[in-house]
Design a protein around this ligand. Structure first.
Ligand code: 5AD
Ligand code: SF4
Ligand code: FES
Length: 356
């Protein structure tokens, strides 16, 4: 059933500790019933911080000259993937700034094929590499990637325009989500919450957009102002507790409204609170993406401020995370892809419809 917009707004408006806990609990019950309490890990490799775009909110935008640009070599990336495989992570995510040149698209192809080879096809691969052409999406899919994350950031066209330079096309971004679907990926999207000029009504519309477009996965987080951006002035008066709460309410509202999709508890939550990611799981998320990028690169991949684990390597994080997950009574889905249940239901429905 299509979620009711007014009810979504009410959920996003909840305040007061008791009411908030009630909302999170309600979402947790839905999570238990529809997807269970296993947390799926996707090790995330931040492959490169080179980006051709200039989004006004993002710390690695091309217009920020304040740090070194890097691209991890194929060998290094493969050894990170091997580590992931050895740790029994079911999947990994390859994330980077957006680039569309041939060198880059070939580089990614080579890496995807290499990862499939070293893991005997077993490591699931999610890509988070921005807007590309249909041909490139198709090629990477054939190379072995099977999930793709592309956040819409906001489904409100005017708000989108206010946060991006004129040559960043909202329409093309939307069409990319359709192309990914057409190629056959499990498709994830998401928004930032707490953007300047964003209303609760607009966030409720985002959730309806997720429902209408039938996405399989969501990755969402609070917007956190970064000093090297045109929105740096928003750091003054930034209320990290309120931003965290808004991020958690959004997860809960999405879980309650959309039920069987995969929802990530994002690092941005942990940037705002030491237990931010556990709180995300308790508010309804079921996927966690530990950073496995070598620490020597982590300083240079700061999309927002206060990113955690800048000095902890992957080995340290894994022990820490295992304790954190156990502490909230959940288990980790080792060696499983942990695909979105929604994806299977959706594809089953399609098959049935085709068979008719
Ligand atoms: N605060 C929070 N999230 C951000 N992102 C980019 N900049 C910020 C920021 N300042 C998010 C965007 C992008 C994802 C990779 O990181 O939603 O899609
Ligand atoms: Fe590039 Fe993504 Fe940052 Fe925009 S949000 S500048 S596309 S890395
Ligand atoms: Fe990185 Fe705890 S998750 S050190």
């Amino acid at each position: 059933m299509r979620p009711n917009k007014q009810e979504l707004i009410e959920m996003l408006r909840v305040s007061g500790e008791d009411e908030l806990q009630e909302l999170y609990k309600r979402a947790y019950e839905v999570k238990k019933a529809y997807v269970g309490t296993k947390v799926y890990f996707r090790g995330i490799i931040e492959l490169s911080n080179i980006c051709s775009k200039n989004c006004y909110y993002c710390g690695i935008r091309s217009g920020n000259p304040d740090f070194k640009r890097y691209t991890i070599s194929i060998d290094e990336a493969l050894s990170e993937a091997k580590w992931c495989y050895g740790q029994h992570y079911g999947s990994l995510v390859i994330q980077a700034g957006e680039r569309r040149d041939d060198f880059w698209t070939n580089y990614v192809s080579e890496l995807i094929r290499g990862i499939k080879e070293l893991s005997d096809g077993k490591l699931g691969i999610t890509l988070s590499l921005g807007e590309q052409s249909e041909d490139v999406y198709q090629r990477w899919f054939e190379d072995g990637a099977h999930r793709y994350l592309l956040r819409i950031e906001t489904s409100d066209r005017e708000l989108y325009k206010s946060l991006h330079p004129a040559d960043h096309s909202f329409e093309y971004r939307k069409s990319c989500l359709k192309l990914l679907r057409k190629v056959g990926y499990q498709v994830g999207t998401g928004i930032m919450v707490g953007l300047p000029g964003q209303s609760l009504e607009s966030i409720a519309d985002d959730i309806l957009f997720f429902y209408d477009e039938d996405f399989d996965m969501l990755g969402m987080g609070p917007y956190i102002p970064h000093h090297g951006t045109p929105l740096a002035h928003l750091r003054e008066g930034f209320d990290s507790a309120a931003a965290l709460t808004m991020g958690l309410k959004l997860i809960s509202a999405c879980r309650i409204a959309l039920k069987d999709i995969n929802i990530a508890t994002t690092t941005a939550l942990q940037a705002l609170h030491p237990e931010g990611r556990e709180l995300g799981l308790l508010a309804g998320a079921n996927v966690l993406m530990p950073n496995i990028t070598d620490t020597k690169y982590r300083d240079d991949y700061q999309l927002y401020e206060g990113k955690p684990c800048l000095n902890e390597n992957a080995d340290q994080c894994i022990g820490c995370l295992a304790r954190r997950i156990a502490a909230i009574g959940e288990t980790i889905g080792f060696d499983e892809w942990g695909d979105s249940k929604h994806f299977y239901k959706r594809t089953e429905k399609q098959k049935t419809a085709k068979g008719r």
